[in-house]
Ligand binder design. Sequence first.
Ligand code: FAD
Length: 602
Amino acid sequence: MAAEKIYKYDVFCVTSDVFISPSSDPLLPTANMVNTNGNSKSERKRVLVVGAGAAGMSCAHHLSTHPERFDVTLIDAVDYCGGQAFSIPLDKERHGTGWMNQGVQGGSYIFHHTMTMFARQGHHADPVNLQVSFGKDENFWSNVFPTKLLAKHQKEIKRFNTMLKIVRWFEIFFALIPIKYLMKIFWFSDEFANTIVLPMVALFLGTGNYTPEVPSIILERLCTSQTYGMWYPGDRLSVASNLPHMVVFPRFSTFYEDWRKNLISKGVNVRLSTEITRVVKRDKTGVTVKLIKRTAAPDNHNPNSSWVPYDAENNADARAQEVEEHYDELVLCILADTAKRILEPTASFRENRVLGSAKFADDITVTHWDSDYMKKNYENFYNVDQAVSTLSGVDQSERNRMGQKSFKPMYMIKMYSQDLTKLEMCFDCTNYQSQFPPEVPFEKHVFQTIFLNKSRDGHLWSIDEIDEKKIIRKDWWHQLCHSWTHYAFVVPWMWLLQGRNHTRFAAAWTLVNAHETAVISGIAAAVDLGATYPEDLERDKFALLSFRLYYLLAYGKWYRKKATKDGEGKNWASGIYGSVYKGPGVVDQERLTWREENGIKD
Ligand SMILES: Cc1cc2nc3c(=O)[nH]c(=O)nc-3n(C[C@H](O)[C@H](O)[C@H](O)COP(=O)(O)OP(=O)(O)OC[C@H]3O[C@@H](n4cnc5c(N)ncnc54)[C@H](O)[C@@H]3O)c2cc1C
């Protein structure tokens, strides 16, 4: 099935050295119509924001609140905004809803900036209590009810909890040690490490097959942090028995389209199907770049252009003409390896080293409704053969009752039997996303199976077992590997690059691959250029803390408060460090989106 056609621009004019925006809707005000406080275009700082994913949109948004100071151009190679966050159409008759979010699907309550952005465009996230299903048959366990695997590893589970305390006390020593070595240092069995510990982390941030390389601090914080610990509080019998409170995101194609229109109304020049191929000059006058026009692909996702050297087979727009443009400042909201390639002719030694240290893997997601594949490879239902009635002599009947009544796993992991350290990941999107009806026959559920790291682990994949007739769509992703090297050679050195040569870097990869990081990174770039951090977010204690820490890490600067004490945002943060979000952009009722879309009142 072809992907949803969100919007298409047929007109793309090139006049001497400027493109005329294909996206400036004539019905909406343009840059010339917004209040620039008497400053002509030439007096304002001309900023080119590259990439209209969460980071680029957020950067352009915060710059656009100062039309008198910034003349903002936002470009993206594809013909929609949202980047990795987009929606696809579904057969409503069969699946119960006409759309789903592909790629980015949900997050945590600590995503205050993300939720605020939803609210500003009139959208909301819905709450969900996450149920997981890890492994199959004798390797199966879940956070909903106890299984034989957990009973078998009772001693190691207790030791695991003790280990977490030690790691927390001596975090400075353990922080960067890869999880695979931590497991060896504390004498855990391979089976315990591979079937119980690795899936707990792989889920978080989708670290996938790089989980053994993930720094130990991430595992430790996931289990011990009261703010972002998905598996907090730990369980001495079941490892993890809480149902993490999460949120599922609104329809991304609509949210980002509304945001695009809003940016245009605030004077941002949004130019889609426009790719930066090279930065040709950076000097005291600013930045000179080369751009090409891309031909929008029918599914909105253009193949790489002919300027991408490692993809000679799939490249496109070989005859596109490069056009030179000049800006005062450049914000690159694209992946690190793309940024490195584009900067190549003018890149500094530092840029080459830091950007070159970020590692990526090529993964594919298969969105399908092959319930037989799911039954063969995952535990989708309460499994009476694997459930146990006691753990270390403690009665577990209540959790079993809950499993029998309401086990609906949303996130699943399969370990490959040939190599238990390697995983396949899967979402039951029907159980997870909030626009699906609560009861859909399993045979009509929509699943998204993720096959990881083609070049290294492709030989393990069972992708060919999925019934072709039941495949809705396949997507390739160039995913950040959260290896310990990322936290040793990339993240701590970003501040050395920021703001030099009129160039700044934003995007999720600058810290951890999450929508919230992308949004914060975009705000940080805007603030560093002179934009204001929103007053309501400044009053939200947790949002401010997250922003300050990011800004300190990525720019080496401490953000000083500017907003008055009282006003909007003051009551948005409560709980420990203000991590419980009470602000706008998220509702209380589960599956409210389904109710709203179908006019259901209860
Ligand atoms: C399969 C998958 C699932 C995910 N699920 C979640 C999730 O559930 N929750 C979560 O929080 N995070 C999730 N993430 C992480 C996700 O990466 C971030 O949440 C976030 O959306 C990334 O935003 P970004 O702006 O950093 O990058 P992107 O969204 O990648 O945006 C970069 C943009 O730059 C454009 N671009 C690239 N090169 C050029 C060029 N040369 N010229 C012009 N434009 C260019 C691209 O077209 C793209 O639109 C997921 C990621 C993947 C891959």
